[in-house]
Design a binder for this molecule. Structure first.
Ligand code: ZN
Ligand code: ZN
Length: 368
């Protein structure tokens, strides 16, 4: 086995350690709450039942959304965004970046693209050999292009890329983990106080109660700021990457380019049907295919045709086809045909990691 392969395997195994650690903490919290607190410590039967019912509801929602966040595979660009064989061969033969851009521009004319690099070039991933759809970025940790990439979450208990396929689950996971911690901390508080007043029976249960309060309060505080930040992002319809650097449209960078107003922004993440908003389920029909997104550019630009992009993308998701099969009108494609010179210093926040305790680090990669 090649050393690099062994190293990669080791990295993969080690990357699951935080997830296993969190799973153990969650497993212990379940035992401590149900057995040590509800069964051994609480005397009142009514209180026991109410606590157990609410606890299990929040526990199920928390574990369900956590599971979906971890195990949803990141979505990749569809085949339409790959260069056709002849163009690809020509692209590889060509050494001049300007000529390569001409090839990309020609292919991109038939694709539903609104954004480009900071220098006006078509966003192309050399590694995956694919034209990047709007809001798509290459994740160097996953070594693939991820649709509507938000961030790669290596240590913050998720060990997965957060993007189009699981962003809703991620936000719900944060919300339900907050709810879970809040409920545990609030109901344990009175027994925690009794612990200090020496009113609890002298058994090992009281130490579980003590730690339960500390752990729940600590997690609640550490998740709160991250959740608040993502609520703000959802309200603005921005990904974490776009919050750092706005997507570049025809009129230049615009952080609000995909913002359609608060309620529509909510629907963009949580879906059209309110009854599914709080459930970690995902329907393609509702959210489109992740390759195209409605942009406020349409309504701002009088030259743009008044097409209903929302229903266009929804339709494309419903029939499983990408919008790529529908060429944009010429005025939309002028974005792609502008004469800005392509230079190689175009940068893209392609590897963005959210570390523990909300520490955000962005490493930039050259985009050619
Ligand atoms: Zn890529
Ligand atoms: Zn990733």
């Amino acid at each position: 086995m090649a050393p690099s392969h062994v190293l990669k395997c080791c990295q993969k195994v080690f990357s699951w350690i935080p997830v296993v650690f969190i799973a153990l903490v969650v497993g212990w919290s379940y035992y401590a709450y149900v057995v040590e607190l509800c069964i051994f410590t609480i005397r009142n039967t009514g209180e026991k039942v109410v606590y157990l019912v609410i606890f299990h509801l929040s526990f199920i929602m928390f574990v369900w959304s956590y599971w979906k966040t971890i195990f949803s595979k990141p979505a990749n660009p569809s085949k339409e965004f790959c260069l056709p064989k002849a163009d690809k061969e020509q692209y590889e033969r060509e050494e001049r970046p300007e000529a390569q851009q001409e090839i990309l521009k020609r292919v991109a004319q038939n694709l539903p693209l609104y954004t480009r690099t900071g220098t006006g070039a078509v966003r192309y991933c050399d590694r995956c050999q694919v034209i990047k759809p709007d809001r798509c970025h290459h994740c160097s940790a996953c070594d693939m292009c991820v649709l509507k990439m938000d961030h790669h979450c290596p240590w913050y208990v998720v060990n997965n890329c957060v993007g189009f396929s699981n962003y809703k689950f991620f936000v719900l996971f944060l919300a339900y983990s907050l709810l879970y911690c809040l409920f545990v901390a609030a109901t344990v508080l009175q027994y925690f106080i009794k612990f200090w007043a020496n009113e609890l029976p002298d058994s090992h249960a009281k130490f579980h109660v003590l730690f339960l309060f500390f752990v729940a309060a600590m997690f609640f505080i550490s998740i709160l700021s991250l959740f608040s930040y993502h609520c703000w992002l959802v309200g603005k319809n921005r990904s974490t990457i776009e919050a750092f650097r706005g997507p570049v449209f025809r009129n230049g960078p615009d952080r609000n380019g995909f913002s359609l107003g608060f309620s529509k922004n909510l629907k963009e993440v949580f879906g059209d049907e309110k009854k599914f908003w709080l459930l970690p389920v995902y329907t393609r029909q509702v959210l489109g295919d992740g390759s195209t997104f409605p942009t406020r550019l349409i309504s701002l630009d009088p030259e743009q045709p008044t097409i209903d992009v929302q229903s266009e993308s929804t339709k494309s998701g419903a029939d499983g086809q990408s919008c790529a099969t529908r060429p944009l009108s010429e005025s939309q494609n002028r974005l792609l045909g502008n004469d800005q010179r392509f230079t190689e210093d175009g940068l893209d926040a392609d590897h963005l990691k959210l570390g523990s305790k909300d520490k955000v680090t962005v490493s930039m990669e050259s985009e050619s």
